[in-house]
Design a protein around this ligand. Structure first.
Ligand code: GDP
Ligand code: MG
Length: 177
């Protein structure tokens, strides 16, 4: 076959960050394996999971990194961020404290990685409507102020989970192609 028909390999490293228990591991479990763990502890954390995606007819591998719970000790290492081209910055819409931590996570991301890392702010647990402590408008406003994409998701009922990962991967692809 001709040179043009050869499949190119794209491998994008994407990191999940945010406070403990916001649902990072479950977002990855839902996206990569369509699974959900109702009472997950940090033990389900894997180092990373590679997910094949189709963007504009191109096969892209998203290598998505999850913490093994070390964010609880503020000990996410620089190795975790090294080479990342995308990030999901996750808070829990039912716990205001996790939204207030976003600034600190953004600083950490910018300290350890390229300023151009494609980042989406993710308000997870959108299914917990009665327990909401952060409005959609507040999430949107923060994202706009910081130049981030924004989406509310639920790893429990699956809403927007694929869209959140796809938004990041598509944008990285657009920048690189
Ligand atoms: P992590 O520490 O950020 O990786 O958070 P986990 O993925 O381990 O989730 C922490 C807890 O929140 C677990 O009990 C999950 O079952 C729960 N959880 C995660 N995502 C959602 C969600 O979208 N909705 C609800 N209701 N619970 C969730
Ligand atoms: Mg986890």
């Amino acid at each position: 076959y001709s040179e043009e028909e050869k499949t190119e390999d794209y491998l994008f490293k994407i990191v999940l960050i945010g406070d403990s228990a916001v649902g990072k591991s479950n977002l990855l479990a839902r996206f990569a394996r369509d699974e959900f763990y109702p009472n997950s502890k940090s033990t389900i954390g894997v180092e990373f999971q590679t997910q094949k995606m189709d963007i504009n007819g191109k096969e892209i591998k998203a290598q998505i990194w999850d913490t093994a719970g070390q964010e609880r000790f503020r000990a996410v290492t620089s190795a975790y961020y090294r080479g990342a081209v995308g990030a999901l910055l996750v808070y829990d819409i039912s716990r205001r404290q996790t939204f207030e931590s976003i600034g600190r996570w953004l600083n950490e991301l910018h300290t350890h990685s390229d300023m151009n890392v494609v980042t989406i702010l993710v308000g997870n647990k959108s299914d917990l409507k009665d327990a909401r402590e952060v409005s959609t408008a507040e999430g949107k406003a923060l994202a706009e102020a910081q130049g981030l994409f924004f989406m509310e998701t639920s790893a429990l009922d699956s809403s927007n989970v694929s869209s959140a990962f796809q938004t990041v991967v598509k944008e990285i692809y657009n920048i690189l192609s």
